[in-house]
Structure formats: C-alpha cells, structure tokens
Design a protein around this ligand. Structure first.
Ligand code: MV4
Length: 429
C-alpha cells in the first residue's frame, strides 16, 4: 500500500523479524507486558517520536481495549479497528447478548441480564433445565465459566464463578444459560464501513481446540450446509449492523448437533485465524482493515469461499507433555514451501523464543480445491517442516491429519477431551 511502518517491541523481542522488517522500530520497555505492550503511555510516546498517523493493534494486548482506542482518538491517531463504544458493547457479554436479542439474532436461552442472587439463579436454571452454564459478563474465551449439571452443584459453582471473575476482571457480574452439549464453534468474519454497510466474508470452523486454545481452524466448515451458511451469515450481518460496526470483526456462534445456532461472542479485533479466510476468498484482510479505517466504502456483496483452507498453529509446546511451553533456541528451521502452502512467522534458525509471551511461533496454512486435497497437502507440508532445538505442536498436527473423525469432518469442541496423548505417542513408535 506504500505506507511506512513502525514496529514497537519489548527488549525480549529485539530479534523478532517484525522489528527487522519494519521501516522503523521503537523499543517500548522490558519483557513485562505491563511495562511495554500494555502500557498506553509507552505506545503513545512511540507514536509521538515517529510521527505515526495510525495504529494497527494486532490481536493480543490492547487490541480490544476501549480505553486505548479512546486515547488514540484524543491524540488524533487513527485506531485501526472499531470505535471505543463498539468495543465496550461487545466486551461486556450480557450487554452484547441483549443487543443481539434486540437485533433478532438467536441466542442461547437463559437469564435476562445479570443474576441478582443464588435464589434467582436456581429458579431460572430449573425453568431452562440442567445442565446450565454460568458465565462472567466481563469474561470471554472461557474464563469465569462453570458448567452446572444439577441443582446441588449450583451454589458452589456460583460462589467460585463470582470469586474467579472478581479476581480476574474486577467485576463479579454473572449470568446463566442452557449448556449446549458438544457444540461446534463456527465463526463468521464480518466487515463494516463508516457508513453503516456490513457484509460477511464467510465462516471458519474453530472446533479443534484444547482448554479454549484453538489449534486448527478451517474454512469452509465441513458442517455447514448452503442454507445454514446463508442463515448464519445473515445473522452475523445483523449483529454487525445493530452496532454500526466499523472495521473487520468476528461473530462467534455455537452450533448444536441439530444445526441450531446461537450467538456466543463478537471479537472486535483481527484474529490469529483470519489467514484461512484470506486464503479462501483471496483478499488481504489487513489491507481491508486499513482501507476501512481510511474511510473506504463497501460496495459489493458478501464473499463466499472458492477454495478450502486449513491453518495449524505451530506452538513451541510439547504436545505429549500437557502442551507445556518449550521456549529456547531454534537450532534449525526449514519452512514447508510450494503451491498452496503459506507460512506466517517471526522466527528463523538461531532465534531464541523468549519465555514471556504466547508460545505460537508460526502459522502453517494450506489451500486446495477440496478439503481432502487440503488435508493431503497439509500432511506433506508438515512432513517437510523442520524445527529443531525446541518441542513443537507439529507431531500433534500430523496425528490429527490422520485421524478418521477429523478426516470425515466428524468433530466438535469436545474432540480432544478424550485423546490420550501418551498412548497415541507410544502407539506411533
Ligand atoms: C457455551 C458452551 C455451551 N453452552 N455456552 C467457551 C468460551 C466462551 N466463548 C463460551 N464457551 C462456551 N460457551 C453455552 N450456553 C460451551 C462453550 C465452550 C466452548 C465454546 C467454543 C469453543 C470451545 C469451547 C470449549 C468448551 C466450552
């Protein structure tokens, strides 16, 4: 796009490739994220000394922080993303849910608003029927959640959910919903301009996850029918339109085994897995974010997938030891290459992975005409990929690609719960 870039980095990331490849780079502090990537004053200082016009917030740290977006606007710096109010509305889960009900988007049956006390929680749970799930209004991504299987479990679950969310978010607001068993996690990418136009860019299936950490994402979802894609896509657009959403975002749905779908959360940032959408619709979503932030108008319609894509997250973790982080020096690194193979990474041979942050070191994305071909290409790419010096999730992904249920598209968010990784490793030898 011809736009000059400034990278910000902590001392722990001085050797990361983004620092080398940006036009300029500014060190914003020590490894502790509170004193670097989460410090609004440090980031605004970097803006000031480089005379930057806009900030791309990425997908961690301050990317969904409404106060940060507000500081940017006070400074006259364009935050590449939605407005502070849009971030706030979706950040508070019960406000988001109420907004969706008013917009006519299906939600899971449950309490109207926050629960006042245990008594009210017990009454509503009896009405909707067990199992139910308690959720923190300030939560998201699984934090502050409790599944309650029967009446006797309700009060202890209520107490611990409140304590956990108070400690984690400084907010102990809790609501209750029917617990949807063995759901699929299917999310729609949406995009909105500054004039109220919202479209969708098709879906991603993110059901392969472990303890709320996604490991594999794909598009299109092997579970969606043409009809369901149309219905969910329309619901995702309504969700975006109801708040005048600006920029790219994601509307997450739970889909039960009968293919009923329910709004779960909206992510107001670009996500790790946006790459699979880029591959199936053949558009650069970061470029689209920048264009929307600059005031471009959306003129066309929705984007439907023309290919199949799968992303596997390569993390420096030991899949056979409870996915324990494995930071350290990468002694050798050879990336898979070739037609339909994409690798996004900040690492290289000789790089030392610091122990402070997320353990994801690369995204491997394969694209082909069909899901079957795509899986085969992924197997080939995983075989070619060499990373030595640290443990990685590559062996896990090789096993997953061979799994008959994965290959036939028969999986939900509970898929990895009953994997016995030790046994699988022994059998593989
Ligand atoms: C649920 C649910 C079942 N029923 N809500 C997990 C993260 C947070 N975004 C909401 N989550 C769930 N909410 C109801 N009413 C099951 C989950 C859930 C889940 C959702 C998506 C992906 C993986 C998951 C793993 C466990 C639980």
């Amino acid at each position: 796009m011809g736009i000059k870039t400034v990278a910000v980095y902590s001392t722990a990331d001085a050797d990361s490739l983004h620092v080398r490849f940006a036009d300029e780079a500014v060190c914003i502090g020590p490894p502790s994220s509170a004193e670097s990537y989460l410090s609004i004053p440090k980031i605004m200082a970097a803006v000031e000394i480089t005379n930057a016009d806009a900030i791309h917030p990425g997908y961690g740290f301050l990317s969904e922080n409404a106060d940060f977006a507000e500081v940017c606007s006070e400074y006259g710096i364009k935050f590449i993303g939605p407005t502070p109010n849009q971030i706030r509305k979706m950040g508070d889960k019960i406000t988001a849910k109420e907004t969706m009900i008013n917009a006519g988007v299906p939600v899971v049956p449950g309490s109207e608003g926050l629960l006042k006390d245990v008594k009210q929680g017990l009454k509503i749970s009896k009405e909707i029927g067990y199992p139910v799930i308690l959720k923190a209004t300030a939560g998201g991504g699984g934090r502050g959640m409790r599944i309650v299987w029967n009446e006797d479990e309700f009060e202890p679950a209520w107490d611990s959910a409140r304590q956990e969310s108070k400690a984690a978010f400084g907010n102990d607001g809790i609501y209750v919903e029917k617990f949807v068993e063995e759901p699929r996690h299917i999310e729609f990418q949406v995009a909105g301009d500054q004039y109220g136009n919202v479209i969708h860019l098709s879906e991603r299936d993110c059901s392969i996850q472990r303890r709320h950490q996604k490991l594999v994402e794909e598009a299109p979802s092997p579970f969606l029918t043409k009809k369901l894609r149309k219905e969910m896509g329309e619901a995702a657009i309504k969700a975006g339109e109801s708040i005048g959403y600006e920029g790219v975002g994601t509307v997450e749905f739970l889909v039960d085994k009968h293919r009923n779908f329910y709004f779960m959360e909206m992510n107001t940032r670009i996500q790790v897995e946006h790459t699979v959408t880029e591959e199936v619709i053949d558009h650069d979503l970061i470029k689209e974010q920048i264009k929307l932030a600059a005031g471009d108008k959306i003129t066309g319609g929705n984007y439907l997938p023309t290919m199949h894509a799968i992303e596997v997250r390569i993390n420096a973790e030991d899949p056979f030891n409870d996915f324990r982080p494995s930071p350290g020096n990468i002694t050798s690194f050879h990336s898979a290459k070739g037609h339909g193979v994409r690798v996004d990474t900040h690492v290289y041979a000789g790089y030392t992975i610091p122990p402070y942050y997320d353990s994801m070191i690369a995204k491997l994305i394969c694209r082909a005409q069909t899901r079957e071909e795509c899986i085969k290409k992924m197997e080939r790419a995983l075989d070619e990929f060499i990373i030595e010096g640290v443990k990685t999730t590559i062996p896990f992904h090789k096993l997953l690609m061979k799994n008959p249920d994965f290959r036939s598209g028969n999986f939900n968010t509970g898929f990895l719960n009953d994997w016995d990784f030790k046994k699988i490793e022994e059998e593989a030898q």
